[in-house]
Design a protein around this ligand. Sequence first.
Ligand code: UDP
Length: 344
Amino acid sequence: MTKTILVVGGAGYIGSHTYVELLAAGYDAVIVDDFSNAEQRVIDRLVELTGHSVRLYEGDAADPRFMRSVFEAESGLTGAIHFAAYKAVGESVREPLRYYRNNIDSMLVLLQTMADFDVPDLVFSSSCTVYGVPDELPVTEMTPRKDAHSPYGNTKRICEDIIRDAVTGGNHLKAVLLRYFNPIGAHPSALIGELPIGVPNNLVPFVTQTAAGIRPELTIFGDNYETFDGTCIRDYIHVVDLARAHVKSLDYLEGVDGRGCCEAINVGTGRGNSVMEVVQTFEQVAGVSLNYKIGPPRAGDVPAIYANADKARYLLGWESQLTLEDALRDAWRWQGMLSTKEKE
Ligand code: UDP
């Protein structure tokens, strides 16, 4: 029997890629999105990519009445993925209440509605930000979580705790908490990708916008860290690989006997790359020379973090397949698509 998954935030960056991978794996999927950080044209692209119409419910995932109406209309739901969160770290420092309100309310409403309608399987978008500045590298799921540096990071940790309590409390739930490392890249078709609003905070969109001439210069935030080349180290994961980890998580949850399971799982490549390596690799794959300078460190940046991804391999049968080169090539192709659109 086809399983139907509610993709909350399915028009966003990771949600849209996951929607495509779900359909490719034989799942049926339904999208909830309020388009607060996504564009309507993503839906047309999803139709183009999958060859199917999209079942879309436009509304606020934190509104219990709206979410009830979705579950009533989609009576065959078997699981849900929660992507619908605000994610700008700096903004969360300036507007903490808006972040707590949105990210936690939408989580609570989803959990309650799943319990009410007896929908068992949940995959949650968590983040490696829950590890703070880790004492050991690579980080495993047993590495202690630390206080987050931002309200955004706190919402991830708090949501993890809420889900764990809901599972323990016998709400008939099973959950996987996917701790994302640094998602980058775009679908190889260049039909979907990240759509940063305004000046990007993240490295790769800033790199591609600089190469495209939209930004005059990239600033590398610090080159005096205790890393091999002095710049920060992250584990960059191709968004299509990350999307597949959600599908594997749902496959896993389906096979779990009984309810009450709650597994935190790192989703990274297991490799760390420095900012300078990202810049140089991008220059190679794009065949461009990037205008960059070294600036002061950015407040709150963790010097180095990358995943031990063993648990994903043995529990989910998932590991990353795409390389940093693949991801940067796809990000550049996507930037080309965006820049062409703007000129039209
Ligand atoms: N970074 C940078 N310049 C930028 C944006 C990011 O040097 O314009 C660095 C940042 O200091 C970090 C890495 O790139 O070391 C990844 O940052 P990003 O914001 O993409 O993700 P984060 O790991 O902070 O969530």
